[in-house]
Design a binder for this molecule. Structure first.
Ligand SMILES: NC(=O)c1ccc[n+]([C@@H]2O[C@H](COP(=O)([O-])OP(=O)(O)OC[C@H]3O[C@@H](n4cnc5c(N)ncnc54)[C@H](O)[C@@H]3O)[C@@H](O)[C@H]2O)c1
Length: 380
C-alpha cells in the first residue's frame, strides 16, 4: 500500500481526496492545513487517520511515501523541495512554483532524487481530450496551422470577490496567466505535441480596487457581507496571448475571471491541413471533428470507439457522462501507474515537474512580453 500525505485542504485538496479514494493500492494517511478546522473536516469526510496544521510533520513522516501539495502557489516550492529532500515522491498542484528559478531548482532536485513527479493538469484527463491528443499526434489533423481558445470564469467579477491569487506574495507575478493559462497552454501542447515558442502578451487588471475580506476565503466560496478592507490589485485578471507553435502554427488565447455567467468555461480548437478538432469543458464528453469534404463528426467518450491508448480513461459505459472528479481520478491513476512501474500505453507523455517548468517558461515570456510591448521567445 502506498501511503499519501496531503497538504492544503481548501478547494482542490478535497477534490484530490475524492479521486484518490478510487485509485487502487493507495491510501491517504495524513492531511494538514494551516486551518485545522478544514484539515479535520477533510479527514472526517475521507476517513483519514491524522489531521494536523503543520506540513513539515507530514513531509518528515517516514510512514509517508507520496506528498500531494494542494497549497497556494507560494508554498509549492518550499513544500515540494522539502518533500523531495525527505525522499518522497511528489504530486503538486499547478503552477509548479512562483517563478522559473524555483521551477529549475525543483526539476533538478527531482532528477537528482529520481523522484516520480506529477502536476495537476487535470483537463488532459477527460477521455475525449486524450482522444484528441492521440488523433492529432498520429496525423489525423494533418499539419497543425492554428490553435485558439479561451478560459473564462466569473468568480472574481465583483469588487467583493477575493482570492489569494490576486496577491503577488501568494501567487507570484501573475494571477490568471499562471492559474488558468497554465492549464490552457498545457492542453494545446499536450494535444499537438508542439511547443509554444513565441508569445505576445497583453495583460490588464480590470478590477484595480477590491475589498479584501478579513477572514480566510476558500476558492469559489460564496462571500457576501463580511468585514473587509479596500486594496489596490496589482496582478492581472485579464490576459490575452498571441503565440506561435514550434512548427510555425499561429495561436491566440484569452482568459479572465471577471466574465459574468462564465463558470469554468474553457475551450480549445486545433485547425490542421486535413481536419479540425475542438473541445469545450461545458460539453466535456464531446470531441468535435471538423472536415472540409465530408460531414463533420461528433465523438462522445466511448472506450469501444477510442484509440487503444486512450480507451482506459473512458471508465463508464458509453452514454454515462464522466466529469471533473473522473478526470482527476484518471490523472491520479496515471501517476500511480507509473509509480508502481506499470507504464501503460499513452497518447502522450504524462505531465511531470518538467511539464510544469515548460509552463513557467511560457508564463515568464508572457510577462516579459507584456512589460516590453513586444514578442518574446519562450526559453527552450
Ligand atoms: N488542477 C486544478 O484544476 C486546480 C483547481 C484549483 C486550484 N488549483 C491549484 O491548487 C492550489 C490551491 O488552490 P485552491 O483553489 O485549493 O486554494 P484554497 O485557498 O481554496 O485552498 C488552499 C488551502 O491551503 C491552505 N494552506 C495555505 N498555506 C498553507 C500551508 N503553509 N500549509 C498547509 N496548508 C496551507 C489554506 O488554509 C487553504 O485551505 C493552487 O496552487 C491552485 O493553482 C488547481
Amino acid at each position: 500500500m502506498i501511503n499519501i500525505g496531503l497538504i492544503g485542504t481548501g478547494y482542490i485538496g478535497p477534490i484530490h481526496l475524492n479521486a484518490l479514494a478510487r485509485v487502487g493500492g493507495v491510501r491517504v494517511k495524513r492531511v494538514a492545513d494551516v486551518n485545522g478546522e478544514l484539515a479535520r473536516k477533510a479527514a472526517a469526510d475521507y476517513n483519514i487517520e491524522q489531521a494536523g496544521t503543520d506540513w513539515r510533520e507530514v513531509v518528515r513522516d517516514p510512514g509517508i511515501d507520496v506528498i500531494h501539495n494542494c497549497t497556494p502557489n507560494k508554498y509549492h516550492f518550499e513544500i515540494n523541495r522539502e518533500a523531495l529532500n525527505q525522499g518522497k515522491q511528489v504530486f503538486t498542484e499547478k503552477p509548479l512554483s512562483m517563478n522559473l528559478k524555483e521551477a529549475d531548482e525543483l526539476v533538478n532536485l527531482a532528477e537528482k532524487k529520481k523522484a516520480v513527479t506529477g502536476i495537476g493538469f487535470c483537463y488532459r484527463y477527460f477521455p475525449v481530450v486524450q482522444e484528441m491528443a492521440a488523433r492529432v499526434r498520429r496525423g489525423d489533423a494533418g499539419a497543425v496551422r492554428l490553435a485558439t481558445g479561451t478560459y473564462f470564469q466569473d468568480w472574481l467579477s465583483r469588487e467583493i470577490d477575493w482570492s489569494w491569487r490576486l496577491l503577488p506574495s501568494e501567487s507570484g507575478q501573475s494571477n490568471i496567466t499562471a492559474d488558468l493559462g497554465s492549464h490552457w497552454f498545457d492542453l494545446v501542447q499536450f494535444a499537438t505535441g508542439l511547443r509554444v515558442t513565441r508569445v505576445f502578451g497583453d495583460l490588464a487588471t480590470l478590477l484595480p480596487v477590491r475589498r479584501r475580506p478579513k477572514r480566510q476565503v476558500i476558492a469559489f466560496e460564496k462571500v457576501e457581507q463580511v468585514e473587509s478592507e479596500e486594496v489596490k490589485v496589482e496582478l492581472e485578471d485579464y490576459s490575452a496571448v498571441l503565440f506561435r507553435l514550434s512548427n510555425g502554427a499561429a495561436g491566440s488565447f484569452t482568459t479572465s475571471q471577471t466574465c459574468a455567467g462564465r463558470k469554468s468555461d474553457t475551450e480549445f480548437q486545433i485547425y490542421g491541413s486535413k481536419a479540425s478538432f475542438a473541445w469545450n469543458h461545458k460539453d466535456a464528453t464531446v470531441l468535435w471533428i471538423g472536415h472540409r469534404e465530408k460531414p463533420n463528426e461528433i465523438l462522445i467518450e466511448n472506450a469501444t470507439l477510442q484509440d487503444p491508448a486512450t480507451a482506459r480513461y473512458a471508465t463508464l459505459p458509453a452514454g454515462h457522462p464522466q466529469g471533473y472528479h473522473d478526470a482527476m481520478m484518471n490523472m491520479f491513476r496515471d501517476y500511480y501507474d507509473d509509480l508502481q512501474g506499470r507504464n501503460p500505453p499513452r497518447a502522450a507523455p504524462r505531465a511531470t515537474f518538467t511539464t510544469g517548468r515548460e509552463e513557467m517558461k511560457i508564463l515568464a515570456a508572457v510577462l516579459a512580453s507584456h512589460k516590453a510591448g513586444a514578442w518574446m521567445e519562450v526559453e527552450e
